[in-house]
Design a protein around this ligand. Structure first.
Ligand code: COI
Length: 422
């Protein structure tokens, strides 16, 4: 068998030479290279499979990587090539975009439906068969949740088990196995901790966590993929809409629909999102922030905005469309309903007509990405109504502040919604 010496300083990170002679490695770190022969890969695999070395081999594009020993510390990572990217971040102007962070989490399951062997890997491209179920037939789901850095430095997650449960429901609908709630939450914690330095300072934003569940196995005929991949990546984010915390301008869509009864509108499948792009782009061209969809049967009841749920307020009573199969059960939607009720508001989940929307005192949207976004105006056909003279409504402001105070640790978490990550 081919053999080699891996000259690696304890705790070094980055590409190192791989030489043919004897193989030895000490310490911990990430070893990567671009041209390892199958023999070298085989040798590395067997060498690092030792009991006292936790090693994983990953092929990412043309790059091979072995992670061994404990993961590099934050300080070690901070001296790596990623440092420049971090120091270039303007924490006061994060917006909602993707930034390359340090690690992602990967876990797979085969036809037995059991997820195992999940681990962290350097953030990078993943390899998929051209006939992967997700690429050919859209067999995929995503989730979104956030980690927050509090004033005392503690890192918390908000209701991650809700996302895990929603992923399970979606996976059942999409014919995929899902990780258990415990596996999901543990994977989220590991990914957040490994990317801790990317969590924005207190008050400047949050770390958006994006779990994916993908039919990654190869299929040709229409069938569930024989392998499913669970992946989590993260990115520091600020406000979702370019308006920041200012009210957004919505257009009611009258031609296209987001979901139909019996479809998949109530699960977070990737296929629900691509069809809204055309409508959203045309609305943005006309100066709107986003689009609000109506039900596909009566074309008069509110469903949701492309990326979030909707609430209307009339005479201090809060109403939101009920969940009956076409609307996503948002974690923020659910939390706002509970927060509002706990503060004495009457909240109704029911059919809400577009006429009521046009007659409301206040309108706001909720979602993990958008948090609680006040709506400044709605345009429906050729009619435009404005709310609150351009300022956020009182109820939406109160609920935004109540929710974010719990998330940021500025108010007691009597609901037990936050989980510390350490
Ligand atoms: C979220 O709010 O987390 C979402 O998944 C919506 C997405 C379109 C950004």
């Amino acid at each position: 068998m081919e053999s080699m010496t891996i000259r690696l300083q304890s705790s070094s990170i980055g590409s190192v030479g791989v030489h043919r002679s004897s193989c030895s490695a000490v310490g911990k770190g990430i070893l990567s290279g671009t041209s390892w022969s199958p023999q070298v890969q085989q040798h590395l695999r067997s060498k690092f499979a030792g009991a006292n070395l936790r090693a994983q081999m990953l092929k990412s594009g043309r790059k091979y990587c072995v992670i061994f020993g404990a993961l590099p510390t934050q300080a070690e990572v901070a001296t790596s090539a990623f440092e420049d990217e971090l120091s270039n971040i303007d924490w006061d102007d994060l917006g909602f975009g993707i930034r390359k962070t340090d690690y992602m989490y990967l876990m797979k399951c085969g036809e037995d439906g059991v997820f195992s062997g999940g681990d962290l890997f350097p953030f990078g491209n993943i390899e998929l068969s051209p006939s992967a179920g997700v690429l050919n037939y859209g067999q995929g789901l995503f989730e979104g949740l956030k980690a927050y850095r509090r004033a005392d430095g503690r890192i918390v997650l908000f209701r991650p088990e809700e996302n895990a449960l929603r992923l399970t429901t979606g996976a059942e609908r999409m014919c995929m196995a899902a990780p258990s709630v415990e596996q999901f939450v543990e994977a989220v914690k590991q990914t957040v901790l490994a990317n801790k330095r990317w969590i924005p300072p207190f008050g400047k934003g949050s770390l958006y966590i994006r779990p994916l569940l993908l039919g990654s196995g190869a299929v040709l005929g229409l069938a569930p993929a024989p392998e499913v991949t669970f992946l989590i990546y993260v990115s520091p984010v600020g406000n979702y809409f370019k308006e920041g915390l200012a009210p957004i301008q919505l257009q009611v869509e009258t031609k296209y629909h987001r979901a139909t009864p019996g479809g998949t509108g109530n699960v977070k499948t990737i296929g629900n999102y691509a069809p809204v792009l055309k409508v959203q782009r045309s609305a943005k061209t006309e100066g709107f922030s986003d689009v609000l969809y109506l039900d596909a049967i009566n074309k008069k009841y509110l469903e949701e905005v492309s990326s979030c749920n909707i609430f209307v307020v009339k005479d201090k009573t809060v109403s939101t469309p009920a969940l009956h199969g076409t609307i996503l059960s948002g974690v923020t939607r659910k939390s706002i309903i509970e927060v509002a009720r706990s503060r004495g508001y009457e909240v109704h989940e029911r059919l809400v007509s577009v006429d009521e929307l046009m007659d409301a005192d206040e309108v706001f949207c909720t979602g993990t990405a958008v948090v609680v976004s006040p709506v400044g105006s709605i345009t429906y056909l050729d009619r435009r109504v404005t709310y609150g003279n351009g300022a956020p409504g009182e109820v939406s402001q109160e609920l935004y502040s109540a929710l974010t105070s719990i998330q940021m640790g500025l108010a007691d978490d009597n609901m037990g919604w936050t989980i510390e990550v350490k």
